[in-house]
Design a protein around this ligand. Structure first.
Ligand SMILES: Nc1ncnc2c1ncn2[C@@H]1O[C@H](COP(=O)(O)OP(=O)(O)OP(=O)(O)O)[C@@H](O)[C@H]1O
Ligand SMILES: [Mg+2]
Length: 210
């Protein structure tokens, strides 16, 4: 499992654009803080100066980026946040909630773009080493529903086709199937509160809060 050399926990929030990741992450942060945990929220790509600059490139709708470059930029942003933020925080015993992590890269660049999955996973290992999530939520929502929840002005990734998002969603489901201990597939169609009760069940189990 994750964080062998560390004491904290890393919990990641995954799913297609507009699936409710940030909504559930914010509620989870509040829930865990109320229970006395030291919580830090990070996002990927981002959360360091360099990673936020890389994020701006990655989401810029005016740029065309080749698939391999895109993959490497995500992994570069990830290596930076792992080294500068995650490792020190986990060593202090912090609970990290991260909005997207390497499963998004597997789903988008691997399943979505069609890059070789074993290469993608090898690059995750190079970028993160042993900093692996202890728990991952995948919010599963039909593309059409996610689209109605999203705002206007799509970023570079959001303006991809329906077929692309179908492949991405399938990728997330495959991940949940292949690592059921870590990756929890959460039906993201019901109300925010109903979804959150499924989330807290898993948080309680991991952190033995109940
Ligand atoms: N269960 C829900 N039912 C209805 N609306 C929801 C639900 N969860 C979130 N929303 C709304 O849908 C929109 C997208 O949610 P949110 O920003 O949490 O998704 P996200 O996965 O973080 O999206 P992005 O990938 O674009 O960051 C928000 O306006 C949010 O209030
Ligand atoms: Mg979000």
């Amino acid at each position: 499992m994750g964080s062998k050399t560390t004491r904290g926990r890393l919990i990641t929030f995954e799913g297609i654009d507009g699936s409710g990741k940030t909504t559930q992450l914010k509620k989870s942060a509040q829930y865990l803080e109320q229970r006395g945990l030291e919580v830090v929220v990070l996002r990927e790509p981002g959360s360091t100066k360099v990673s936020e600059k890389i994020r701006r490139i990655l989401l810029d709708p005016t740029l065309e980026i080749s698939d391999l470059t895109e993959l490497l930029l995500y992994e570069a942003a990830r290596a930076e946040v792992v080294e500068r933020e995650m490792r020190p925080l986990l060593a202090r015993g912090t609970t990290i909630l991260c909005d997207r992590f390497y499963d998004s890269t597997t789903a988008y660049q691997g399943y979505g773009r069609g890059l070789d999955l074993s290469m993608v996973k090898k690059l995750h290992t190079i970028a993160v080493g042993d900093v692996r999530p202890d728990l991952t939520f995948v919010f599963d929502l039909p593309f059409a529903t996610a689209l109605t929840r999203r705002g206007k002005n799509p970023d570079r990734l959001e303006s991809q086709s329906k077929a692309f998002f179908r492949r991405v969603a399938r990728g997330f489901r495959e991940l949940a199937r292949s690592e059921p201990g870590r990756v929890k597939l959460i039906n993201a169609k019901p109300s925010i509160e109903k979804i959150f009760s499924a989330v807290t069940r898993e948080l309680d189990k991991l952190l033995r809060l109940s």
